[in-house]
Design a binder for this molecule. Structure first.
Ligand SMILES: *[C@@H]1O[C@H](CO)[C@@H](O)[C@H](O)[C@H]1NC(C)=O
Ligand SMILES: *[C@@H]1O[C@H](CO)[C@@H](O)[C@H](O)[C@H]1NC(C)=O
Ligand SMILES: *[C@@H]1O[C@H](CO)[C@@H](O)[C@H](O)[C@H]1NC(C)=O
Length: 263
């Protein structure tokens, strides 16, 4: 009797443990399937959809487990350094993306691909220097580009012509450094200084180079012509002298014909 009771007790403990872990496991899987990204905090409301908050989590990259129907993500105050291509391609309903106060130095081409519904993109307070059009391809959002160490040069000026971002966004590009420096655009919002042309200097340099090359060619052609005429004159003179040394009758007729060809 005591033996049976003991057996039952021991096994029920094991059974109980097993059952317990099974319940836990299902709970965990269920949780993972329906919930938010690890460590982030999600809220859902009828008019705003899912909002994911991942601020101040010391993240160094974009979490990959964001719910695919996320409408707003706050990834601010982290240590994210780059946005790879298609980083948000699985989130077609995203309306607002906050990446402010990170360590972003570069945005790869196609970084924001697939974000056709995006209305607001916050890239303020990062370390972005070079403005390129490719990462913003297909984006029509309002972007906050303030408080980045922008380097204003001809490339930046050209890139601005190829973005669809809301024009007001671009006033956030305040030049930290510039090339050429003499133009004095540092500290200014590039778009608010309408007369500035950072490509002028480059165009001038190429113009000068073209002139030099053309001058070189011109000189070569002229010297060749001079050389050619001189050489021919020499030939003609020698030929004439030779003809003069011949018996005069035959010489006269040939002489005149040679002269006419030379002339
Ligand atoms: C999100 O993913 C689930 C399955 O993974 C799919 O059934 C659902 O349609 C997706 N939702 C959107 C908005 O893409
Ligand atoms: C992010 O960091 C900045 C500067 O350190 C701070 O001013 C701001 O309040 C922080 N934002 C959040 C949401 O913590
Ligand atoms: C852009 O970001 C800066 C700094 O984070 C903030 O002060 C400013 O209000 C933002 N501008 C817009 C238009 O949201």
């Amino acid at each position: 009797m005591a033996l049976l009771a003991d057996w039952l007790l021991r096994h029920s403990v094991v059974m109980c443990l097993l059952l317990h872990s099974l319940v836990l496991m299902t709970f965990c899987f269920h949780h993972a399937a329906t919930s938010c990204s690890k460590n982030c905090y999600c809220t859902e409301s009828d008019n705003n959809g899912i909002t994911v908050r991942c601020s101040k989590l010391q993240l160094i990259e974009i979490p990959q487990d964001l719910p695919n129907d996320t409408r707003r993500i706050y990834l601010d105050n982290n240590s994210i350094r780059k946005i790879p291509m298609n980083a948000f391609a699985a989130l077609p309903h995203l309306v607002e993306l906050d990446l402010s106060h990170n360590e972003l130095t570069q945005l790869e081409p196609g970084a924001f691909r697939g974000l056709g519904s995006l209305q607001f993109l916050d890239l303020s307070s990062n370390k972005l220097m070079n403005f390129k059009a490719e990462p913003f391809e297909g984006l029509k959002a309002r972007a906050n580009l303030t408080n980045n160490p922008w380097h204003c040069d001809c490339n930046l000026q050209m890139a601005l012509l190829h973005v669809d971002l809301e024009p007001a966004s671009l006033t956030g590009i305040v030049c930290h450094t510039a090339e050429p420096e003499e133009i004095g655009v540092q500290g200014l919002a590039f778009l608010l200084a309408p007369d500035i042309d950072l490509c002028l200097y480059m165009r001038r340099t190429t113009d000068v180079a073209m002139l030099v090359v053309m001058f070189g060619w011109f000189t070569m052609v002229i010297s060749y012509l001079v050389y050619y005429v001189r050489a021919n004159q020499e030939d003609a003179r020698r030929h004439l002298e030779y003809l003069k040394s011949l018996p005069s009758r035959q010489g006269k007729s040939e002489e005149s014909s040679t002269i006419s060809t030379v002339v």
